[in-house]
Design a protein around this ligand. Structure first.
Ligand SMILES: *[C@@H]1O[C@H](CO)[C@@H](O)[C@H](O)[C@H]1NC(C)=O
Length: 280
């Protein structure tokens, strides 16, 4: 009698262990290092080490993980990630570790997404993402609910008390400062405040940086004036009006208009990520 290969001939019980070559690192043909280093050719994603070295580190990390040496495993994964920051196997295995042993579903989900952007048919990452996505959605929902409750609290405050007036003023400058700082404006909080309060120039800072402050401030004033009665819904035209003020001093020709070219957020510079249909 001929036994199918996966049956143990001695007992007839199915062998539940996978083939040993199946648990080795798979290297997907369609996802060569060359391909994704072309895609992510920015200095941030500089490949510091060879693929072989990185995969060896991952193998060792997996062994450490199996023998419950999680600290060591973490160090090895991090090492592999420095060597090959865009390698699908490095990303996916590290993400599995973060999910199982670090309880960090959010970062794990992020890394699965990254893996799938680089390698859209990565079967393990697809399965993993299917598991983490709903969990992250629940977490997002909880976080958004928390923000909603905070907003409700804020709406119930008595804004006319003098202490509250002072806070409102401070927050106004903080808001302008932080909003522009994350876009690369180098003015300090005090300098931002000076420009808004006195409309005078801060020595050594570019005209554009001054204009960004003036633009945002005029947009805030416009919103305060236009939307203070909460009854109306915000329309696309309203948003374009806000945009016109934000950018009016900096780039008058594109202010208040829709952009006609594609732009990318953060570390995504490539058009190929669009083909895969994955977006954040
Ligand atoms: C915002 O609107 C209120 C009420 O109309 C007004 O008193 C206040 O001066 C406005 N603030 C700014 C910065 O324009």
């Amino acid at each position: 009698m001929i036994c199918p290969r996966k049956f143990n001939p001695l007992t007839g019980i199915q062998n539940f262990l996978p083939e040993s070559n199946e648990i080795e690192l798979i290297s997907d043909e369609s996802c060569s290092t060359d391909e994704f280093s072309k895609v992510f050719s920015t200095p941030k994603y500089k490949i510091h080490g060879s693929e072989k070295e990185a995969l060896t580190a991952v193998q060792m990390a997996l062994k450490m993980k199996d023998s419950m040496k999680f600290e060591k495993a973490k160090k090895l994964f991090e090492h592999a990630l420095v060597l090959q920051p865009l390698h699908p196997e490095v990303l996916n295995h590290y993400a599995e570790f973060l999910e199982e042993n670090g309880n960090d579903v959010i970062t794990a989900d992020h890394f699965y997404v990254k893996t799938l952007i680089i390698c859209p048919n990565h079967s393990r990452a697809l399965v993993n993402r299917r598991r983490t996505m709903p969990l992250v959605e629940i977490m997002d929902k909880q976080e958004l609910d928390r923000i909603d409750r905070k907003r409700a609290d804020l709406m119930n405050l008595n804004l006319n008390r003098s202490s509250m007036k002072r806070i409102k003023k401070e927050v106004y400058f903080l808001h302008i400062h932080h909003t522009l700082a994350i876009e690369g404006n180098t003015m300090s909080l005090a300098q931002t405040r000076t420009v808004v309060e006195t409309k005078t120039v801060v020595p050594g800072k570019s005209i554009t940086e001054h204009n960004e402050i003036l633009g945002l401030e005029s947009a805030l004033r416009y919103m305060n004036k236009t939307f203070s009665n909460h009854s109306e819904t915000l329309t696309v035209l309203d948003i374009l009006e806000i945009h016109k003020r934000v950018l009016g001093h900096v780039d008058p020709l594109s202010a208040g208009m829709f952009r006609s070219s594609q732009v990318f957020v953060g570390d995504l510079y490539s058009t190929s990520s669009f083909r895969s249909g994955i977006s954040y």
